[in-house]
Design a binder for this molecule. Structure first.
Ligand SMILES: Cc1cc2nc3c(=O)[nH]c(=O)nc-3n(C[C@H](O)[C@H](O)[C@H](O)COP(=O)(O)OP(=O)(O)OC[C@H]3O[C@@H](n4cnc5c(N)ncnc54)[C@H](O)[C@@H]3O)c2cc1C
Length: 484
């Protein structure tokens, strides 16, 4: 029988999981449909991980109305969910004193958007005290101390785990390919949502399908907006360089993008990027020219950074709407269908404020809900055994052997952590990587991948040949080699 839900959310990026977690505070039946085998594998997994202060968005836009409020709510999300988040502050730099007025304009814009503590610094000694390795050519910066860095995939995994533990049902490998709209005459009519393996019904639908949110809106006859992808490419450096860069460093922004930044990521490594490449079709391939642009942008801010320590490159896709703004609200075509689309940057920043707003919207639309007295806001992290002392480990676990077996040497990840990641929902190598960092270090999985395949195969009860990197047909092994 088809299961009926109060609310169905389409897409489990930071927006879909954030809304799911906010709704899990109430006594409601909520389901999330995600086309991938895991959460956060769309735009959410590949971005700069910056919780922007909020000065950048033009006042009066939807983006601006959610940016600074999102930033202010971040501690309320990160702390109980045990997510790496640090307010390290950001710099927008200029090498040309004639551009000081641009920094002042950004500062004024920030004030209008509700951003606190913004300061233009012209004292170059002070700039270098705060950021010792920045280019000597930098003459002034806009300092935004409230900006921070977060691990976006870890945040999304934590939101998912906490929403699931508080009663939300998640369906993975479930691409929505059709939605039947309730007859307008029908009282309390329900949407029917079709996936290959599931047919579900719901009174309210939330479309948070990222770069596919335009297509999902089209499924209910809503053609009010469209999305085109814009790629951003990055370099990731070895965590050995931890401490070389202290702040989130931007050049002056352009109309198209915030420019190539250099920043520590929340978990220690340094990233350069992104550039801005509008595309006809989604593609995550990196390009030689694009990476050169990223490289040049980064070394112009940090000329002496050891670029031999680059370990990999990657790309993410912005969901750029034709309105060039977030599309948030009830569909004009169909009642009780809420679009949360076109969430390009600073969507990660805005996510806590957007999630709360969607709950208020559902209330305005007539969904009746009461607080769940059993809601548990706290989610424990997967412990890092290599960082614990032996007494703590004994208190924590019964399987001591698993805490002693280092599987990923670069990041010092133990078998116990990998097994716990699988127990919490990882079904692929990428699922383990985003939960534990195994395969994220300098060898990029060169040493640990065979062991991870064995552990996944044992825990999931599948053959090693069936283990995948990221679902679908991303198999690693063909068949067992035979002795001659
Ligand atoms: C290069 C780059 C840098 C960025 N940097 C920052 C930053 O530093 N700070 C910041 O605040 N923001 C940043 N952003 C923006 C931020 O990453 C996004 O706003 C945010 O991740 C959007 O989340 P989402 O949940 O809307 O989309 P997504 O993460 O894409 O989630 C949508 C989900 O829907 C699923 N889906 C799609 N179609 C269907 C379907 N038919 N059925 C079921 N599931 C479906 C997808 O698989 C996906 O998991 C950046 C973006 C990019 C591309």
């Amino acid at each position: 029988m088809d299961k009926a839900y109060d609310v169905i959310i389409i897409g489990a990026g930071v927006i879909g999981t954030g809304i799911a977690r906010e709704l899990s505070r109430y006594e409601l039946d909520v389901a999330v449909l995600e086309k991938e085998p895991d959460v956060g594998w769309g735009t959410t997994k590949a971005n700069s991980g910056i919780v922007h202060a909020g000065y950048d968005a033009k006042p009066g836009t939807v983006k601006a109305s959610f940016s600074a409020p999102g930033n202010k709510r971040y501690d309320e999300w990160a702390k109980p969910l045990s997510v790496p988040f640090k307010r390290i502050g950001s710099f927008v730099s200029t090498k040309d004193r004639s551009q000081l007025s641009e920094l002042q304009k950004l500062k004024e814009q920030g004030k209008e958007n509700g951003v606190d503590q913004l300061e233009v610094i012209e004292d170059t000694d002070r700039i270098r005290e705060l950021e010792p390795n920045i280019s000597n050519s930098v003459k002034a910066v806009l300092h935004a101390p409230t900006a921070g860095v977060v691990a976006p995939y870890k945040l999304t995994i934590a939101l998912f785990e906490n929403a699931r533990d508080n009663g939300v049902t998640f369906f993975f490998n479930s691409p929505v390919h059709g939605i039947d709209v309730p007859e307008s005459s029908e009282e309390n009519g329900k949407f029917t949502i079709r996936c290959p393996e599931e047919v579900l019904t719901a009174s309210y639908v939330i479309n948070s399908a990222g770069i596919f949110s335009g297509e999902v809106a089209n499924m209910v006859g809503d053609e009010s907006f469209s999305i085109s992808p814009a790629r951003g490419e990055y370099y990731l450096l070895d965590s050995e360089l931890r401490g070389y860069v202290n702040k989130i460093n931007f050049p002056l922004p352009t109309d198209e993008s915030k420019g190539i930044l250099v920043t520590p990521a929340a978990e220690g490594s340094i990233i350069f990027g992104p550039n801005h490449q509008p595309l006809e079709e989604p593609s995550l391939a990196t390009t030689r020219d694009g990476l050169e642009e990223v490289y040049q942008g980064a070394v112009s801010l940090f000329p002496d950074i050891d670029t031999d320590k680059i370990v990999t490159n990657f790309a993410g896709l912005r969901a750029k709407s034709n309105t060039d703004d977030f599309v948030i609200g009830e569909s004009e075509a169909v009642g009780n269908f809420i679009n949360v689309g076109g969430i390009q940057s600073p969507g990660l920043t805005a996510a806590p404020a957007i999630s709360e707003h969607v709950v208020e919207l559902l209330d305005d639309l007539g969904l009746r809900f009461t607080k769940d007295p059993e809601f548990e806001p706290v989610r424990e992290p997967i412990p890092r055994f290599s960082e614990m002392d032996p007494d703590e480990i004994v208190d924590y676990t019964a399987d001591l052997e698993a805490t002693k077996e280092i599987v990923c040497r670069c990041e010092e990840i133990t078998r116990a952590e990998v097994e716990e990641a699988i127990d919490r929902g990882a079904t692929t190598l990428d699922g383990i990587k985003f939960r534990t960092r195994a395969r994220m270090g300098s060898c990029q999985g060169g040493f640990c991948t065979p062991r991870l395949v064995e552990i996944l195969s044992d825990k999931l009860g599948v053959s090693p040949e069936e283990v995948t990197k990221k679902g679908d047909d991303s198999y690693l092994l063909a068949e067992e080699t035979k002795e001659r």
